[in-house]
Design a protein around this ligand. Structure first.
Ligand SMILES: [Mn+2]
Length: 325
């Protein structure tokens, strides 16, 4: 197999103007990896624009380089390369973002989702990487770019968020070796943890409170799920981004294999987040509903009512979780 990291590195050497982007409500890996890469490109003397469909979630606004992120509408001029990191499917960008990406003559796809659709001209897809941040580092090593303190903070955020602070089974010796390099380069785990894990808004806790009050168990306690309605956002003052992470709670219940959160969106759809503990590959279930992700963490958007989404997704999950002892 050709070295996919080297293929991306080669395309980067040849490019001059880059656009990098992420989808709505990006996570720490998505934002951290993208900002680290953009900084590296600029250090190589290249032009790099980081564009976002909406504001970067508050949690990640401490990251170096976040101030330079511009909205999609403000991207002007030509660019030779679109570099997309940590995105399994280009359709997650919606029509506006998709055309922004497809305007580029060369699309580079750097991702670790099991369900990646290989939408790039060059695809570096490695589902064994715990975070796309590991892949970004592999590319930077091939380019001979030294990790500075700013990149280290961004990449450490990528690693810590996608491994749940090194608690998830995707944490490998490579992950920890990279974490060690990043700390040596000036990244501080304490700083990342302070912003990402130990700083909450009151509204996000109120929303969590509502979701926890509605927890339900199915399949003899192997599946736990909850719902968040549009009205809950109005009642608590929470934003959509503040619903991130709620899905991790149902799975913590002793005996639960799959945890789910169903959340109504302002567009009248339902976002479904999946988490599993050991046996159920939730990326396959999410894929059935047009979504995707990882074996232990996945998501999809259901076009229909909340009641329908709960009924259809839950019956699919019960079929997967129910037949395992
Ligand atoms: Mn990721």
């Amino acid at each position: 197999m050709a070295d996919a990291a080297e293929a991306v590195a080669q395309a980067i050497r040849q490019g001059s103007d880059f656009v990098l982007t992420f989808h709505e409500n990006p996570d720490g890996d998505s934002v951290g990896s993208t900002l680290a890469m953009a900084r590296a490109l600029r250090r190589m003397g290249k032009r790099a624009t980081v564009a976002s469909p909406g504001p970067v979630p508050k949690t990640f606004r401490f990251l170096p380089g976040v101030d330079g992120v511009i909205p999609w509408e403000q991207v002007v001029g030509e660019y030779s390369v679109a570099l997309i990191i940590d995105c399994g499917d280009i359709n997650r960008f919606g029509p506006a973002g998709k055309s922004l990406v497809e305007k580029a003559p060369v699309i580079l796809n750097v991702d670790h989702h099991l369900t990646n659709s290989r939408f790039g001209h060059v695809n570096y897809v490695d589902s064994h990487a715990a975070a796309a941040g590991e892949q970004v580092t592999a590319i930077l090593d091939r380019l001979g770019v030294d990790l500075d303190k700013e990149m280290a903070v961004c990449l450490l955020t990528a690693l810590m968020t996608d491994t749940g602070c090194y608690r998830y089974p995707n944490t490998s010796p490579d992950t920890l070796a990279l974490a060690s390099r990043l700390v040596a380069a000036g990244g501080s785990p304490a700083l990342v943890a302070e912003y990402v894990y130990d700083t909450r808004t009151l509204s996000s806790l109120r929303l969590l409170d509502v979701a926890l009050s509605r927890l339900e168990l199915s399949a003899g306690g192997k599946v736990a799920w909850s719902v968040v309605r549009s009205q809950d956002f109005a009642d608590t003052g929470a934003t959509e981004a503040e619903a991130e992470g709620i899905v991790n709670y149902p799975r913590t219940i002793d005996g639960v294999e799959v945890g789910l959160l169903f959340r109504e969106t302002p567009e009248g759809k339902v976002k479904v987040a999946f988490r599993s503990r050991r046996t159920v590959d939730v990326s396959r279930i999410a894929l059935t509903f047009g979504g995707g992700g990882h074996a232990r963490a996945a998501g999809c958007t259901y076009e229909g009512t909340l009641a329908e989404a709960v009924e259809r997704v839950l019956s699919n999950v019960l079929a997967s979780a129910g037949d395992r002892r």
